[in-house]
Design a protein around this ligand. Structure first.
Ligand SMILES: *Cc1c(COP(=O)(O)O)cnc(C)c1O
Length: 454
């Protein structure tokens, strides 16, 4: 592909695919002269030299006034101090906004930083967040441990039923907060249907009382679904997962409408959850450019592994949106598509171990996972997902332990559930490890105390 050396070269970038954009981004950038580097340098400067007091003053005036044409007169951004902005994050944010099809992206120190950031700009004392009943554990903890102190209420509902969303909207509702696919059960929320309900509720509301929709789309990545297309207002991602892809760095991002950019960067400046330039860089140069090829590969492996798990007598149920047995298969096909419109069911699998009762099912899940932890070569017991290595975990006792066990069952989380996050290994290698560990947990095989040793 030709990279334009002279900006006057008239290359129409729209004629290239999204995947090309994720690799090349802007090949000419006034923020950094890297037109002779293939890889942009890591910015490693906490503060920036200002040519004059006037330039410094201009930089402070322009900060968080991106849409104010009268204020912003400089062509290239004036960098002042890393917490306010620096080149690596800016370049990454531009590509992330592009990947999701959003106006703007603002990065944060972690996925939780991004979630706290978007909720921070949309809520205030007295407001209420409607959230799905099953959520990423720390999001649940944010809403139940910290928001009560701010007098922000959270109501937990089943958002897979749009009518339940409608029934629970009140005068104080400001945010409908969703995950799809839901962690860890992989149920989907019909995003367009929820958007429809919220649009109706917003009719006649003032701007201050408007309800916004936020989707944590970490499990899907922008390769497998783009919620903004369905009318969702904000998307959040943990960059730590499949977007970063290699498991080297923690990060998060909010993608949304133009007006939110200044609020988000102001929030980030004052609460301080800034993505380090050194962590933005790998996402920019290795994570995003390889996202499509990694997701395509992982997805094809996930399908084969899910089919294998479906044949195993030790397993009661296999959940993978790519299987025709998936309860919301039609919705999955409609909502989860890659950039070319192909069905893109993702890289996550959830399955429930058989058992005589929930306790037995839990014991078998633990036994199976402990066997994997000790014996598998290509599956690692670790939280996180979207990594080049296949990771396995037990949501009931690990990622979702913030939710008390009896509540987990009420929320539809089976104690015997296991989450498998497919990596880049060959399907047969993963299946070999699964088969061995499942054999060791076969019903009827005696449960040995030694299997539970920590
Ligand atoms: C990991 C994760 C988060 C939090 O991201 P961090 O980068 O760990 O802060 C939020 N939501 C989902 C679905 C996640 O998997």
């Amino acid at each position: 592909m030709k990279i334009p050396i002279d900006p006057s070269d008239d290359v129409d970038k729209n004629q290239y695919s999204t995947e090309a954009h994720l690799i090349y981004g802007e090949s000419q950038d006034p923020r950094w002269d890297y037109s002779h580097h293939l890889v942009p340098p890591i910015s490693a400067s906490a503060t920036f030299r200002l040519d004059s007091a006037q330039r410094g003053a201009q930089g402070f005036t322009e900060f968080a006034h991106s849409s104010d044409e009268l204020t912003v007169t400089s062509k290239a951004p004036i960098y002042i101090y890393d917490r306010l902005g620096e080149p690596n994050k800016d370049m990454l944010e531009e590509n992330l906004a592009y990947a999701e099809g959003g106006d703007i992206a603002v990065s944060f120190a972690s996925g939780m930083g991004a979630i706290a950031g978007v909720l921070g700009i949309l809520t205030g004392t007295g407001s209420e967040v409607l959230a799905h009943k099953l959520l990423y554990g720390c999001t649940y903890s944010l809403l139940t441990t910290w928001y009560p102190r701010l007098k922000i209420d959270a109501t937990f509902i089943d958002s897979t039923d749009p009518e339940e969303v409608r029934r629970h909207i009140t005068k104080r509702t400001r945010v409908v907060y969703l995950e799809s696919p839901i962690n860890p059960t992989l149920e989907l929320v019909d995003l367009a249907a929820v958007v429809h309900v919220v649009k109706e509720a917003n009719a006649g509301r003032s701007n201050e009382e408007r309800i916004y929709t936020v989707v944590d789309s970490t499990f899907a990545t922008p390769f497998c679904q783009r919620p903004l297309k369905h009318g969702i207002d904000f998307v959040v991602h943990s960059l730590t997962k499949a977007i970063g892809g290699f498991g080297t760095d923690i990060g998060g991002v909010v993608i949304g409408p133009q007006w939110s950019k200044d609020m988000l960067v102001l929030y980030r400046k004052d609460f301080g959850g800034v993505l380090s330039a050194k962590s933005a860089w790998p996402v920019l140069v290795t994570g995003l450019p390889s996202l499509a090829v990694r997701m395509r590969q992982m997805q094809s492996t996930a399908m084969k592994v899910a089919e294998f798990l479906g044949t195993c007598s030790e397993i009661a149920q296999v959940v993978y949106p790519g299987l025709s047995s998936f309860a919301q298969y039609e919705l999955a096909r409609r909502q989860m598509c890659d950039y070319d419109g192909n069905f893109a069911p993702g890289s996550m699998i959830y399955f429930i171990m058989k058992g005589e009762n929930p306790h037995d099912s839990l014991a078998r899940a633990e036994r199976f996972i402990n066997h994997v932890a000790k014996n598998a070569y290509c599956i690692t017991l670790a939280v996180s997902l979207g990594n080049i290595r296949t990771l396995i975990e037990h949501p009931g006792s690990m990622t979702h332990s913030a939710i008390p066990t009896d509540e987990q069952v009420a929320k539809g989380l089976n104690p015997g559930g296991v989450r498998l996050a497919i990596g880049l290994e060959k399907p047969d290698d993963i299946i070999q490890d699964l088969r061995r560990s499942l054999g060791a947990t076969r019903i009827g095989a005696p449960l040995e105390v030694a299997d539970f040793e920590l």
